[in-house]
Design a protein around this ligand. Structure first.
Ligand code: AMP
Ligand code: GLY
Length: 422
């Protein structure tokens, strides 16, 4: 089969890498890919948001399967367009993907169906937002979120009324997230451990993927601003078998079933971001796609065929696949550009990649990289993902940090406490 992976991050490199191990894959393309993907795939110069360009490429090149990494093309309706043209594609359609692309829709959906989540109010104007903030309905800290997609940066924890009012201004008046800030959510702040719970579903049945935990804050000790993820481990140390069943029964199945009943049948990867609060698991957010960097730690543990699984999801037979994982731990450390998640410089040459990749058991996925005259240079916030899967988490992280010490680029920063649990 000829398979296209849409996107250019570490998640997409990991998906292409896993797909390249499938007997079913004869040729792999990445649109647009990064400096790491040409080792296993052909990069195609079409951006992931160019739905018409991607559809044309797939029709012209006779692509048998397209796998979508990021949320933006899903929110733009790539699946609807491909299905209209009878091109096979993995991912939810636009209506189902609204669970991620509109936080207001997601919260109202959860409220309608009593799916546990933080208490919230929607504000349509700055005046309304200030009225809610001043009413005393929410204690501080509280969380303010832009309604639409904001690349993982649209949720702001506000410790004080002043910070909350500034945030309303920043989102609704200055429109720092553009149209995503037309409406906002004001939410109760939840305390607890955060876990990512990720399943594949054909719209009716589902299978969980191995559990993972993402480290979202920019700096060690979970300090600093939130990022897309500075590292991840698998399995999640916090999900006990009882909790696993509770999450499946009270959150994941109700989500899939109620979506179907509302005419939004969900086919693809459903990623539920959860806070394990004292009152039980609460949904923080839904994503309608694979996680990044969660996918990286899942793919290095997956032993069964990913392509077969994706095809079974598309054909409505998710339970036909037997998903097998190694019994080990896995980890991923993200090497980021200095300044990320705020502004950062690009174009820094990367050294030591070969030396790090030569360590047995190390897998490096590229994210924000591009090739310039045969040299990999930085081209994004999250630059590289250094991954391994060893018997224990401690061995895994030791191996990863050994490899990380061989890699450098100007102003490289990374967390030194991925997998160190508090
Ligand atoms: P979101 O964009 O909704 O996924 O939120 C991004 C991050 O903000 C989450 O991964 C949490 O770390 C944090 N967060 C979001 N909502 C809440 C909440 N209600 N209480 C505490 N932390 C939250
Ligand atoms: N790691 C967070 C995400 O994929 O949204």
């Amino acid at each position: 089969m000829r398979i296209l992976v849409v996107g250019s991050g570490g998640r997409e490199h990991a998906l292409a890498w896993k797909i390249s191990q499938s007997q079913l894959a004869s040729k792999i393309y990445c649109a647009p890919g990064n400096a790491g993907t040409p080792g296993i795939a052909e990069n195609v110069p079409v951006q992931d948001s160019d739905i018409q360009g991607l559809a044309k490429f797939c029709a012209d090149t006779k692509i048998d399967l397209t796998v979508v990494g990021p949320e933006v093309p899903l929110a733009l309706g790539i699946v609807d367009e491909f299905e209209k043209r009878e091109l096979r594609i993995f991912g939810p359609n636009r209506k189902a993907a609204e669970l991620e692309s509109s936080k207001v829709f997601a919260k109202q959906f959860m409220e309608r169906h009593r799916i546990p989540t933080a208490r919230f109010k929607v504000a349509e104007t700055p005046t309304q937002a200030l009225r809610i903030l001043r009413s005393g309905e929410f204690f501080f800290p509280l969380v303010i979120k832009a309604d639409g997609l904001a690349a993982g940066k649209g949720a702001i924890v506000c410790p004080s009324p002043r910070k909350a009012e500034e945030t309303v201004d920043m989102i609704m008046v200055e429109k720092q997230f553009g149209e995503a800030g037309k409406r906002i959510l004001i939410e109760e702040f939840l305390k607890g451990k955060e876990v990512s719970f990720i399943v594949v579903s054909d719209g009716a049945k589902l299978q969980p993927l191995v559990t993972t935990m993402d480290h979202k804050a920019a700096y060690d000790g979970d300090r600093g601003p939130n990022t897309g993820g500075m590292g991840a481990i698998s399995p999640s140390p916090f999900i006990t078998p009882e909790l696993f069943s509770e999450i499946i029964n009270t959150i994941v199945f109700p989500t899939i079933n109620r979506l179907r009943e509302e005419g939004r049948t969900f086919k693809g990867v459903l990623y539920v971001g959860l806070m394990l609060s004292d009152e039980g698991p609460r949904v923080l957010e839904y994503n309608c796609r694979f996680g990044d960097p969660e996918t990286q730690v899942q793919m290095v543990r997956m032993e069964s065929d990913l392509v077969e699984l994706l095809l079974n999801v598309i054909s409505g037979n998710v339970l036909k696949s037997e998903i097998r994982w190694n019994a080990h731990a896995s980890g991923c450390v993200v090497l980021a550009s200095g300044g990320y998640p705020l502004s950062y410089e690009k174009g820094k040459p990367i050294s030591g990649l070969r030396e790090a990749a030569d360590i047995p058991g190390i897998t490096i996925f590229h994210a924000g990289t591009k090739a310039e005259d045969g040299q990999a240079v930085t081209s994004g916030g999250r630059v590289l993902n250094v991954c391994a899967s060893e018997k224990t988490l401690a061995e895994t992280m030791e191996k990863i940090y050994g490899a990380v010490s061989r890699i450098s680029f100007e102003e490289m920063h990374y967390r030194r406490d991925i997998g160190a649990l508090r």
